[in-house]
Design a protein around this ligand. Structure first.
Ligand SMILES: Cc1cc2nc3c(=O)[nH]c(=O)nc-3n(C[C@H](O)[C@H](O)[C@H](O)COP(=O)(O)O)c2cc1C
Length: 203
C-alpha cells in the first residue's frame, strides 16, 4: 500500500504539517510513503519579493511530483496553503494537468485527503479543504477527513486548527506562528487514518 503526500508550501507551514502526516502514515504496518512537492509556478523574483526564498531553500531536497505519480499511489494526501479561501495556484495548475488520468479513470477508487494552512483563524481553512474535495470527487477519489476520534479538534483552551474536513494550522499574518503540537498531532492522526483505510481497501 503506497501513500503519496503531495504539497505546496511557500513559507514552510504546510511542509512542517506534511512531515507530521508522513510520520502518521508510517505508523501503519506495511505502508510505503513518499513526500513530494508540486512544481513552482512563480518566478524567483516574485518569491524573493514575498520573502519566501529561505523557506524554499529548506525544501529544495524534496522531489518535485509529476502528475502521473498520482496514478501509482493507493492514497494521496494533498497539502495546500489557503489562497483567498481556495487551494493555491501551484496546486491548481498541477491538478489541471490531470486530464489524461481523469479520462482513463486512473484515480478512481483511490483514497484522497486534504490539509491546509491559513494566516488567520477564520481565513478559509474549511472552504479550502471542501472546495478541494470537489476536484477529488471529479477524479474519483474516496474522500477521507479527520474524524472526531481525533479529540484535539474539540479544544477551546488554545487557538488551534483542525476540523472534521482535515488537519490545518494557523500561520499568523506574518507567517510568525508555526504549527502547534496539537495541530501536528492532528496531521499525524490524519496520516495514520488515511493509511489505515487505504490498507483495508487494498487488501
Ligand atoms: C495570495 C495570497 C492569498 C492568501 N489568502 C489567504 C486567505 O484567504 N486567508 C488566510 O487566512 N490567509 C491567506 N493567505 C496566507 C497564506 O494562507 C499563508 O501564508 C499560508 O497558509 C502559510 O503556509 P505556507 O508557509 O505553507 O505557505 C494568503 C497568502 C497569499 C500569498
Amino acid at each position: 500500500m503506497k501513500t503519496l503526500i503531495v504539497y505546496y508550501s511557500m513559507y514552510g507551514h504546510i511542509y512542517t504539517m506534511a512531515k507530521a502526516m508522513l510520520e502518521g502514515v508510517r505508523e501503519i504496518k506495511g505502508a510505503e510513503v513518499e513526500m513530494k512537492r508540486v512544481p513552482e509556478t512563480l518566478p524567483q523574483e516574485v518569491l524573493a519579493n514575498m520573502g519566501a526564498l529561505n523557506a524554499q531553500k529548506a525544501m529544495a531536497h524534496v522531489p518535485v511530483c509529476t502528475i502521473d505519480e498520482l496514478g501509482t499511489a493507493d492514497a494521496v494526501i494533498f497539502g495546500t496553503p489557503t489562497r483567498f479561501g481556495n487551494m493555491c495556484g501551484q496546486m491548481r495548475q498541477f491538478l489541471d494537468s490531470a486530464g489524461q488520468l481523469w479520462a482513463n479513470d486512473a484515480l478512481v477508487g483511490k483514497v484522497g485527503s486534504v490539509f491546509t494552512s491559513s494566516a488567520t483563524q477564520h481565513g478559509g481553512q474549511e472552504s479550502t479543504i471542501l472546495s478541494f474535495h470537489t476536484t477529488l470527487l471529479h477524479l474519483g477519489f474516496v474522500i477521507v477527513g479527520l474524524p472526531y476520534s481525533f479529540k484535539g479538534q474539540m479544544r477551546i483552551d488554545e487557538i488551534t486548527g483542525g476540523s472534521p474536513y482535515g488537519a490545518s494550522t494557523i500561520a499568523g499574518g506574518q507567517g510568525e506562528r508555526m504549527p502547534s503540537d496539537n495541530e501536528l498531532l492532528a496531521a499525524r492522526f490524519q496520516g495514520k487514518h488515511v493509511a489505515a483505510i487505504a490498507s483495508r481497501m487494498t487488501r
